[in-house]
Write a protein that binds this ligand. Structure first.
Ligand code: URA
Length: 440
């Protein structure tokens, strides 16, 4: 087999066989296929797409390029959740404890921040002492003891994806639906869970900007998972507005705790209840209505918050900051962003808000940047709110006050104030299962 011929086949719009795809991924990981040939292939996929069979074959080949986690040491059905990434998305910290408190084990590997989006592992590390890198035995011990554990991705999970992702990033081939589906699902299949709930974000703060593209991506991923023997559901959720009011690492943990205490923002609480209900549904805890009731009870009884505290303690974290979030370290500097005119918040560029938070130190400028866990933004007004000139739109927090000017400018440019109120958008647009698409 020659990579040259495979590139030409894809360039001409033909489908590759399972064997050809397996050869290409194996040889690429082994360093036998150079980046320039793989780049040409990726660009051919970008324009020509891939069939369902090709996408599945490539996902399996990428998943099997490294460790396949065996979760059989954890009793019961294990359900995973994956968000395609957003701004203010602290849902894992809320849903995982809810689901665990309902008797479903959550053994989850999460990521770090990527671009303008935050990552659960960075958020967890804002809890003093919290370990996010556990060996297999400790990971299983924490799940068996507390019902849940969230850790960073193991070093050898889908190494082919690591190489491919880095290449896509510099060859303008990230936003290809089959390539995103392969990238996400290879890691999910390697992580070894029985059921997978996908939270496909859509809008200005998401990688997928339109509902149609998000549904297409969700359908591909649900089909890959189903064909690989997993129970699958995807929800298409709104990421045109940051989720909740807090953006930034410890700020998001605080808001997650408030939500588990039953006093979280309406949008965040609603999205979390729907996501948790669908995870419980995948774990066969009842129909969606029954599962939603279980999720609500888990918050109202305080059981879900107890699960979060148990996990934090089992992973070496200081749970005092969870019991009393005033004990989190505070950013030494804060600055208000004021409205320059009156009207309605007609639009927030959620990506722009995420970039502003990152500029304050909450994200990484380079791979080696050190995160300022206290940095971020607390929104005071969101899309649809009425504002008067001089009202506080948001408060910016940082440990380095020289970062304010640019971040403030970035935030201000992300907010559009107009005389007319905007059209209200739903929080959840659709639910995608192997049986089809249900639009809300
Ligand atoms: N997240 C991933 O893991 N991969 C992609 O390609 C896009 C988002």
């Amino acid at each position: 087999m020659r990579m040259y011929d495979l590139i030409m086949k894809k360039r001409n719009g033909e489908a590759l066989t399972k064997e050809e795809i397996q050869y290409m991924i194996t040889e690429y990981v082994n360093g036998k296929i150079p980046d320039y040939q793989m780049s040409a292939f990726l660009m051919a996929v970008y324009f020509r797409g891939m069939t369902e069979e090709e996408t599945l074959a490539m996902t399996l080949a990428v998943a099997h390029s490294g460790d396949m986690v065996d979760l059989s040491g954890i009793e019961g059905m294990k359900v995973d959740k994956h968000s395609t990434g957003g701004v203010g998305d602290k849902t894992t910290l809320i849903i995982a404890p809810i689901v665990a408190s309902c008797g479903v084990k959550v053994a989850k590997m999460s990521g770090r921040g990527l671009g303008h989006t935050g990552g659960t592992v960075d958020k967890m590390e804002s809890i003093p002492g919290m370990q996010t890198s556990l060996d297999r035995e400790k990971f299983f011990e924490v799940v068996n003891q507390t019902g849940l554990s969230v850790i960073g991705q193991s070093g050898n999970l889908a190494p082919a994806d690591k190489k491919l992702y880095a290449l896509r990033d510099v060859t303008a081939t990230v936003d290809s639906i089959p390539l995103i589906a392969v990238s996400i699902m290879s890691k999910k299949l390697a992580a070894g869970n029985d059921g997978i709930l996908l939270d496909v974000k859509t809008g200005s703060g998401a990688f997928m900007k339109t509902v149609e593209d998000s549904i297409a991506l969700a359908k591909e991923m649900v089909s890959i998972g189903e064909n690989a023997g997993k129970k699958m559901v995807a929800l298409i959720t709104n990421m045109d507005i940051p989720l909740g009011y807090n953006i930034g690492n410890s700020l998001e943990v605080i808001e997650a705790v408030e939500t588990l205490q039953g006093r979280g923002p309406k949008d965040l609480t609603e999205v979390c209840l729907q996501l948790a209900a669908n995870m419980l549904y995948l774990a066969k805890k009842g129909n969606i209505e029954e599962c939603r009731q279980l999720a609500e009870d888990a918050i109202n009884s305080g059981r879900a918050l107890e699960r979060l505290i148990a996990m934090v303690e089992a992973q070496g974290g200081n749970a005092d900051v969870i019991r009393d979030t005033n004990k989190f370290a505070k950013a030494p500097y804060q600055r208000e962003v004021l409205a320059e005119k009156s009207g309605y918040i007609a639009h927030m560029n959620a990506e722009g808000c995420g970039i502003a938070s990152s500029m304050l130190g909450a994200g990484r400028e380079t791979k080696d940047s050190v995160i300022d866990f206290t940095a971020g933004i607390v929104l005071k007004k969101k899309t649809g709110d009425v504002v008067k000139e001089g009202d506080v739109l948001a408060i910016l927090y940082t440990s380095n006050d020289s970062l304010f000017e640019n971040a403030q400018e970035q935030y201000r440019n992300s907010i559009v104030i107009m005389e007319q109120p905007p059209k209200e958008e739903p929080l959840i647009y659709a639910r995608v299962t192997p049986n089809g698409v249900e639009k809300y």
